[in-house]
Ligand binder design. Structure first.
Ligand SMILES: NC(=O)c1ccc[n+]([C@@H]2O[C@H](COP(=O)([O-])OP(=O)(O)OC[C@H]3O[C@@H](n4cnc5c(N)ncnc54)[C@H](OP(=O)(O)O)[C@@H]3O)[C@@H](O)[C@H]2O)c1
Length: 275
């Protein structure tokens, strides 16, 4: 991240909804960014007030103004508002400025159509865990993005989690897993916690037991690089407790249900591209 110290791009966040706020919060928590380095455009006055009071960043009611300020403009509006947001920032896209879109289903072709011809644009699929700087972030640059511009974006987004560059054909698929994934994990944590309550554990204890167990298990996969099946085998002893639980999960078709959920979400991402 050394180069960021030398050339940290000033940021504009266009659309301060749930994701915009999670990103603002994550950038500030990183310590690399302070309030003067970020400007926010948000359409709702009440939301501008809230963001300004909570994060002390400047909130403006003109997207062009924020994009003029920034080296890197991150667009975090709903896919259906994308065309309008791009048209608003387009006049500010002078050479050297970079655009990032986090909108589900919105292709690079669509983004480039509504921006000046040479503007470098990166399609990104993050998730809400940007807020705690543990996001999975899949990215795909437009063909005209220069190596240095891509490095700038990777370095900046790395402050929010782990960045992976993918071919664009994988971005909608990654949306089903990365963008929607936290919701599925929350449901699993809630279910584990419900199980604890059913067995007689206090609810608050049960939730933390379930959440920390999920966090630890995920960390084992990331840090050891081992296949999850191997890690599962490590904790499954013959005639032990875990194998009984695994049998119940397989009988309930947990694996098939999760595969179906991610598939549905990816299909939905494909339908979201604005006309
Ligand atoms: N939520 C997730 O977990 C997640 C994960 C990955 C990617 N994404 C993507 O992130 C984007 C934002 O999602 P979100 O969940 O944060 O939605 P959200 O909470 O509805 O936030 C969108 C924000 O943009 C504002 N807005 C609407 N039109 C605008 C315009 N023309 N210019 C500027 N701001 C405008 C909205 O204001 P109004 O309330 O007035 O509409 C709202 O504050 C979406 O494109 C989504 O596909 C979301």
């Amino acid at each position: 991240m050394n180069y960021l110290n030398k050339s940290k791009p000033k940021l504009a966040i266009v659309g301060a909804g749930k994701m915009g706020e999670a990103m603002i919060s994550g950038f500030l928590k990183s310590g690399e960014y302070g309030p003067p380095d970020i400007q926010v455009f948000e359409i709702l006055e009440s939301r501008r007030k809230y963001i300004n009071q909570t994060y002390n960043v400047k909130c403006v009611d003109d997207a062009k103004e924020a994009a003029f300020f920034a080296d890197l403009t991150i667009i975090a509006v709903k896919p259906r508002h994308m065309k309008k947001a791009l048209e608003q920032i387009a006049p500010a896209m002078k050479p050297g400025k970079i655009v990032v879109s986090i909108a589900a289903g919105v292709t690079l072709e669509f983004l480039r159509k509504h921006l000046p011809k040479d503007a470098p644009v990166i399609r990104v699929m993050p998730n809400i865990t940007c807020q705690v700087r543990e996001a999975m972030i899949a990215i795909c640059p437009s063909v005209n993005t220069k190596k240095k511009e891509l490095e700038t974006v990777i370095g900046t987004l790395s402050l929010l989690g782990h960045v992976i560059t993918l071919d664009e054909k994988y971005l909608n698929l990654a949306t089903g897993l990365v963008g929607s994934g936290p919701a599925y994990i929350y449901l699993i944590i809630e279910s584990l916690a419900d199980a604890g309550v059913r067995l007689g554990l206090p609810k608050d204890v049960s939730i933390i037991l379930a959440a920390q167990t999920t966090l630890g298990a995920a960390k084992m996969v990331v840090e050891t690089g081992e296949h999850p099946a191997k890690l599962k085998d490590m904790v499954t002893t013959p005639a032990g407790t875990t194998v009984e639980g695994l049998l119940a999960l397989e009988e309930g078709k947990l694996r098939a249900v999760i595969i179906a959920a991610v598939t549905k979400a990816a299909e939905r991402a494909k339908q979201l591209e604005p006309a």
